[in-house]
Write a protein that binds this ligand. Structure first.
Ligand code: NAP
Length: 298
């Protein structure tokens, strides 16, 4: 239980509702800042304005998945007010507190570093990234179907990168009957791709591998799908780039060549906000419990 633990939420989207729900169920004291247009009601939850004093007895401050922008603004779909996480505001947070966010831009990293407050980036964690790969793969399949006039079954698909997202996507495509090749750079990854019944190749050979590709998926957050690679692809091929912005594709050249290339960020929050919220809330409440649990002696 989280009895006696004070959790404050600053901004967020539909995913945050699952986290709030779970904190309430676990008996935490919950304060919501930037939720003035919230339609759902949670028993015993306090709605507050962005005032520094609110933070004085907070154990955990929970920010939205994207944290702040580069100027310190926090987004909330539940408020029209501008929410800025300033040094003045954050300096009221006790030094023993923790801030949890999905990911942190430099602004937030600098601020927490200057104030010596622990910052936890949840999307960095393997467990969160692996769970998130499930809605990501489903969203990728949805986008594929929406943007092609042929089936995934029987198509030549290539997945670039064999990390937490690439593995799940390659497996899902294979299960749907695609002929899946996976590009990676480590020999042990090539061995594992082979073991999974998929066709491995070294990423350095990519330009040679794409000559008959129908579907090309990139998960590598570096420029990998270069003009040289795109020049070798058939015109009907579809590129879906899942890597974090700006992706790993030369979109300018793809457009010039008439090949459809889509950057698809944030799929879990788009296709399955409830599941994405449950993933975050399960991991987050476990972390809070480990750190602050049983303050009320329960
Ligand atoms: P990950 O587990 O770190 O996997 C990244 C893969 O890229 C690894 O196989 C890594 O190879 C490879 N890689 C990195 N740099 C490379 C390079 N220079 N050359 C060749 N291979 C390279 O990351 P992930 O969790 O799968 O996420 C991948 C990307 O997708 C990230 O940018 C993430 O933000 C994004 N993402 C997007 C969505 C969405 O909705 N679009 C959802 C989840 C994640 P090694 O193992 O050899 O280093």
């Amino acid at each position: 239980m989280l009895t006696g633990v004070h959790v404050a939420f600053l901004g967020g989207d539909a995913r945050q509702l699952e986290v709030i729900k779970k904190c309430v169920e676990m008996d935490a004291t919950v304060t919501l800042i930037g939720f003035d247009n919230l339609e759902s009601t949670f028993q015993g939850v306090h709605l507050k304005e962005l005032e520094p004093k609110i933070l004085e007895d907070v154990d955990c401050l929970i920010l939205p998945i994207v944290g702040t922008d580069e100027d310190g603004y926090v987004e909330s779909i539940f408020s029209k007010k501008k929410l800025k996480l300033t040094e003045e505001f954050l300096s009221h947070l006790p030094k023993t507190s923790k801030i949890y966010t999905g990911m942190a831009r430099q602004y937030l990293k600098n601020l927490t570093n200057d104030l010596q407050i622990d910052l936890v980036e949840l999307l960095d964690r393997d467990d969160v990234a692996i769970y998130n790969s499930i809605p990501t793969a489903e969203g990728t399949i949805m986008m594929t179907i929406q943007n092609t006039n042929f089936t995934i079954h029987g198509s030549n698909a290539i997945v670039l990168g064999f990390g937490r997202t690439g593995i799940t996507l390659a497996r899902v495509l294979g299960a749907l009957g695609a002929k899946v090749k996976v590009g990676a750079r480590r020999p042990e990854h090539l061995a594992r791709i082979y073991e999974m019944g998929l066709q491995p190749f070294y990423i350095s050979e990519l330009a040679e591998q794409v000559k008959d590709v129908d579907l090309l998926y990139n998960t590598i957050p570096h420029i990998i799908v270069t003009a040289k690679v795109i020049a070798n692809m058939p015109h009907h091929a579809l590129i879906i780039d899942l890597a974090s912005k700006p992706g790993g594709t030369d979109f300018r050249y793809a457009e010039k060549r008439g090949i459809k290339a889509l950057l698809a960020p944030g799929l879990p929050g788009i296709v399955a906000p409830k599941t994405a919220g449950i993933i975050i809330s399960n991991v987050l409440t476990k972390l809070i419990l480990e750190q602050f649990g049983d303050q009320g002696g329960n």
